[in-house]
Each structure stands twice: as C-alpha cells, then as structure tokens.
Design a protein around this ligand. Structure first.
Ligand code: 5GP
Ligand code: ZN
Length: 113
C-alpha cells in the first residue's frame, strides 16, 4: 500500500527497532512507548482495521495471535502483558494498517480493562 507507514516499515524503507519477524508478521518497538515495553505486532498483509479484514487476513491474524506468547516471552514479559487493537476514530486509531499493541514490563493500570 502506497503511503502506509507500516507497509514501508515492513518493506524496510523506513527503519524500525525489530524484535521478531516471520512470513506473517513483524514486531517492532513503538516509537512513542506508553509502557516500559511497548511493541507493535503488525500482520504483513495490508488491511486498515478489523472492520476491513477478509478471511485470508483473519487466518494471518490468527497465526499472529498464536505466536505472540513466544514473542512476549522473548521480550521478558513473563509477568504479563496487555494486547490492544484500536479500531477507528473513537479508539484513537492513527495508523490504518491493523496492528496489535503489546504493552508490559511493568504493572499496567487497572482502568481500560
Ligand atoms: P494506533 O493509535 O493507530 O493504534 O497506534 C499507532 C502507533 O504507531 C502509535 O503508538 C505510534 O506511536 C506508533 N508509530 C507511528 N509511527 C511510527 C513509526 O514510524 N515507527 C514506530 N516504531 N512506531 C510508530
Ligand atoms: Zn500497510
């Protein structure tokens, strides 16, 4: 996708602090971390949001979710972590290539689930 910052990161056109990569996904550190550990798990196929996901993309997302626990282990998140997907305007989504925030490395607030 032209003009998608996460597609450019996946393509290596924009640098990122990568922590894991395979055929389905890239995990890299968020540029503006909101916890001691804050990474983004980005499925490689471009789709803007959950509301735009087709069946093949859902299969990719399933595999991403299956692999996140091992990535979290590698990130030192054995004490727990929080996954967040922002969907659309009211959630404050700013990058319209679906991504899963992985937050941890500290006790997280009890508000917002
Ligand atoms: P959203 O609000 O769309 O759920 O989250 C987008 C996230 O992407 C934000 O947390 C923001 O800090 C992060 N982000 C935006 N641009 C870049 C970038 O160029 N590099 C990295 N590593 N993170 C980015
Ligand atoms: Zn994209």
């Amino acid at each position: 996708m032209e003009d998608c910052i996460f597609c450019k990161i996946i393509a290596g056109e924009i640098p990122s602090d990568k922590v894991y990569e395979d055929e389905d996904m890239l995990v890299f550190r968020d540029i503006a971390p909101q916890a001691k550990v804050h990474c983004l798990c980005v499925p490689k196929p471009h789709f803007a949001a959950l509301s735009e996901m087709d069946g093949a993309q859902a299969e990719t997302l399933k595999r991403c979710l299956e692999k996140i626990p091992a990535v979290a282990q590698k990130l030192g998140l054995a004490d727990g972590y929080r996954l967040i997907v922002n969907q659309g305007k009211n959630a404050g989504q700013t990058v319209f290539h679906l991504h899963i925030h992985i937050l941890g490395g500290q006790p997280l607030g009890e508000k917002f689930v």
